[in-house]
Each structure stands twice: as structure tokens, then as C-alpha cells.
Design a protein around this ligand. Structure first.
Ligand code: ACO
Length: 399
């Protein structure tokens, strides 16, 4: 309802680009995406190769430091992280301050923000040693915080991390272990979760990563910036989609709706329903991560005997969507979230934890992007422009 051309003239020729569809806010050497071809690479390595051969720990190193680590470098990195898993004892009291039914995402973002109050010796963004220390602290402590948020929500005791375990094993134990019983880590589940975390580890300038950069551009510390990223990820159009997919599948199952009838509803845009887990701002082809996850979903559900009917519904929806003109014309394909919820559910995570798992996976990407930004000699505070469409000057009535 307003004349963009005229506004552009009066605003001095700024670019108007809602949603930043065509605006590059930064240069970056971390992640390459070709959305039309369905290509994703971290530091040049195709996601398919990393998902098959790497580990989440090694991929985190790759993203943050730029190259794959040697065996010694990886071992040192692993040891450093294991040494930093403990949370300050007082910080643990923090978890009791939320309602029992609190969503774990705001608990996670609050606790990550609060890290800056307990670890004040690593807050200077321009001190390399401090940046390194907050990097390790975040990588080590965030999965612990996430597991504690989960434990609190189900009324169970918080366990101490067991540093004989690696990052992912430890997280599984802290999430599912009970104080009085030994916890046997299932290597198949650890491998599957590790792979899911690799697939989520970075995705260039998505909403949460751009948020981390924007907040960090004011020289806010890494904990504050990552906490903001977690809040951005919480939105249903971004990280909340995996939860939304499972809700959708369950609704379809509960209502006894045929997938083909549900598709009609989506296509007619009835009540604004969308096929959750489909479509992506950048991928206009099959999301390469979704291909890998689809196989993992079958493997894990076969092993654990999860809700096969939901997987069946998901596959039927996908099959129909891939053959339907509505989806073909709009280039809507399954994205990474279409199958992840089914896997997480089968592993025993409640739906509220799904986005938290995404956050744990995305953490090395946020850290790598934040560090790249801080080291950029052309770093400028992020400050978008606007086109003002409000009232002209008015005078305050004097009576
Ligand atoms: N189901 C049905 N129709 C869809 C869907 C969908 N999932 N996604 C897009 N469309 C349609 C829109 O209605 C629109 O149609 P129109 O041209 O007739 O108006 C067209 O496709 C383009 O959609 P936009 O919303 O303009 O596309 P955009 O790039 O802005 O949105 C987004 C991308 C938000 C991911 C969208 O596809 C969506 O809402 N998907 C469902 C939620 C989801 O799965 N999000 C996860 C994203 S991936 C991630 O965060 C890891």
C-alpha cells in the first residue's frame, strides 16, 4: 500500500530487501550452499562425506578452525572439552527457578546468557585466549545445560558429567541416565545422534546465525551472542519446525485423515496450513541433509520399533508431494526437519527437546561464524536501514 520507488528516492537510495532475500550481509569462508543443486559443504567438504566419515567433534573443529584436525589436535580438543563439562554448582540452582513445564529452549538460552555471569574471565571478544576459552566452555557446557533443562522438566535429579565419555555419549547419559543405575550407552544411537548433529552444524547466514553475528557485531560477548541465536532458533519457521512436523503427523494420525486429503488442505491453503518440514528459503531442490536423515530414520525406527505408522504417513506425504504440481512449481522439497523429529522421538526425547537438539548441533556453526566476524578487519556494527512509512511531522496539541 505504499510507493516503494518514491520512498527509495526520499530515503537516499537504500536497498529495500525484506527478509534479506538478496542481500549478502557478510563474506564467509565457512559454509557453501548451492540451493538449486542441493549442495552443502563445510569448509569445502561435502556434507555427505562428513556425515559418513567424520564425527561431530571433528566437524566442530573443522568449522571453527578451518581445517580437519590431525589425530593429536583432535585428541587435545577432545580432552579440553571433557575438562570443561562441569557447570558451576551455583549455576545448577538456576534450573530450579523455572516452572516445571517450562519449554527447555528459553531455559537453555537463559542459562547460556547467564554463563557470562559465572565465567567473566572469557568475555573479551578481542582477546584470543579468552575467545578460545569461551569456545571450549560453550562446546562443553551447552549439552550439559540442555540435558539439565530436560531433566528438570521431568522432575529427575541432575547427574554430574562423566568425563570418561565423549561429548555425545555424555549428553545421552545426562539426558537419560538415572543417578542410582549405570547407564549403558547404545553405540547405534550415539552414532545416529552424532550424525544428526553434524548435519545441523552450520548453514551459513540463516536466521539464528545472522542473529549471532548481528548481536556480536556490537562486540557483545560470545555467550550473549549465542544466547540470542538460541532464541532466534526457537521460532517455528526455523528450528521449531521439527517439533511442528511431528505434531502434524500425529494430528493426521489422530484424526484418521488420509495423507492425500491432508495434501488437498495444504494446497488449498485452508486455515493457512503448510506441509511442515517442506520448503526452504535456500534449497529449491532436495535438501541434501534430508536424504541422509531419511535413511537414518529407517535404521533407527527399525532398531527401536518407534511409531512406524507416523513414518509411514511421512513417506506417503513425501511421495505425493514430490509428484504434485503445487510442490513442483514452487520447488518445495523435504528439508532437514522432515524426518528428524521421528528419530528423536524414537530415541526417547520429548518433543520439547527437538529444537534444543538442533541448537546443540548448530553451536559450532554459531561459534565459527562469530569468530570469523570478530576477526574481520572490516567489522562494522550491524545496522539495517528502513523505509519510513509513518506519519509526517505533527504538532503536539497544546491546550
Ligand atoms: N507447504 C505448503 N506450501 C508452502 C510451503 C509448505 N511447507 N512452503 C512454502 N509454501 C508455498 C507458499 O504458500 C508460497 O506459495 P504462493 O506462491 O502460492 O504464495 C510459496 O510456497 C513460497 O513460500 P514462501 O513462504 O514465500 O517461501 P519462503 O522461502 O519465504 O519460506 C519456509 C521458506 C519458511 C521454510 C517455508 O517453506 C515454510 O514455512 N515451510 C514449513 C516450515 C518448515 O519446515 N520450516 C523449516 C525450515 S528449514 C530449517 O529451519 C532447518
Amino acid at each position: 500500500g505504499f510507493d516503494v520507488a518514491k520512498l527509495l528516492k526520499t530515503t537516499g537510495g537504500v536497498t529495500y530487501d525484506p527478509g534479506f532475500m538478496n542481500t549478502a550481509a557478510t563474506k564467509s569462508a565457512i559454509t557453501y550452499i548451492d540451493g538449486d543443486a542441493g549442495v552443502l559443504r563445510y569448509r569445502g567438504y561435502p556434507i555427505e562425506q562428513l556425515a559418513e566419515h567424520s564425527t561431530f567433534l571433528e566437524t566442530s573443529y573443522l568449522l571453527i578452525y578451518g581445517n580437519l584436525p590431525s589425530a593429536t589436535e583432535l585428541e587435545e580438543f577432545d580432552q579440553k572439552i571433557r575438562r570443561h563439562t562441569l557447570l558451576h554448582e551455583e549455576l545448577k540452582g538456576f534450573f530450579g527457578g523455572f516452572p516445571r513445564d517450562a519449554h527447555p529452549m528459553p531455559v537453555l538460552s537463559s542459562a547460556v546468557s547467564a554463563l557470562s555471569t559465572w565465567y567473566q574471565d572469557s568475555l573479551d571478544p578481542f582477546n584470543e585466549e579468552q575467545v578460545e576459552l569461551s569456545t571450549i566452555r560453550l562446546l562443553a557446557k551447552m549439552p550439559v545445560i540442555a540435558a539439565y533443562a530436560h531433566k528438570k522438566s521431568i522432575g529427575q535429579a541432575l547427574l554430574y558429567p562423566d568425563n570418561s565419555m565423549n561429548l555425545v555419549e555424555n549428553f545421552m547419559r545426562l539426558s537419560f541416565g538415572l543417578a542410582a543405575e549405570p547407564y549403558d550407552v547404545d553405540p547405534d544411537l550415539v552414532k545416529a545422534l552424532d550424525q544428526l548433529l553434524i548435519l545441523h552444524a552450520d548453514h551459513e547466514q540463516n536466521c539464528s546465525t545472522s542473529t549471532v553475528r548481528l548481536v556480536g557485531s556490537s562486540n557483545a560477548n560470545m555467550f550473549a551472542s549465542v544466547s540470542a541465536g538460541i532464541n532466534a532458533l526457537f521460532g517455528p519457521a526455523h528450528g521449531g519446525a521439527n517439533e511442528a512436523v511431528l505434531k502434524m503427523l500425529r494430528q493426521i494420525q489422530a484424526d484418521g485423515v488420509k495423507p492425500e486429503d491432508y495434501m488437498e488442505k495444504v494446497k488449498n491453503k485452508e486455515d493457512g496450513v503448510r506441509l511442515m518440514g517442506f520448503g526452504h528459503r535456500v534449497y529449491k531442490n532436495y535438501d541434501p541433509r534430508a536424504k541422509i536423515i531419511k535413511k537414518t530414520a529407517h535404521d533407527i525406527l527399525n532398531k527401536l520399533g518407534g511409531n512406524d505408522e507416523l513414518l509411514e504417513i511421512a513417506m506417503r506425504l513425501e511421495e505425493r508431494a514430490l509428484a504434485d504440481d503445487y510442490f513442483i512449481e514452487r520447488k518445495l522439497y523435504p528439508n532437514v526437519d522432515f524426518y528428524t523429529g521421528l528419530i528423536y522421538k524414537a530415541m526417547g526425547f520429548p518433543e520439547k527437546m527437538f529444537t534444543v537438539l538442533f541448537a546443540i548441533g548448530r553451536l559450532p556453526g554459531w561459534i565459527a561464524q562469530w569468530r570469523e566476524m570478530i576477526q574481520d578487519p572490516q567489522l562494522k556494527i550491524g545496522r539495517p536501514r528502513q523505509l519510513y512509512i509513518g506519519e509526517g511531522e505533527r504538532h503536539y496539541p497544546t491546550r
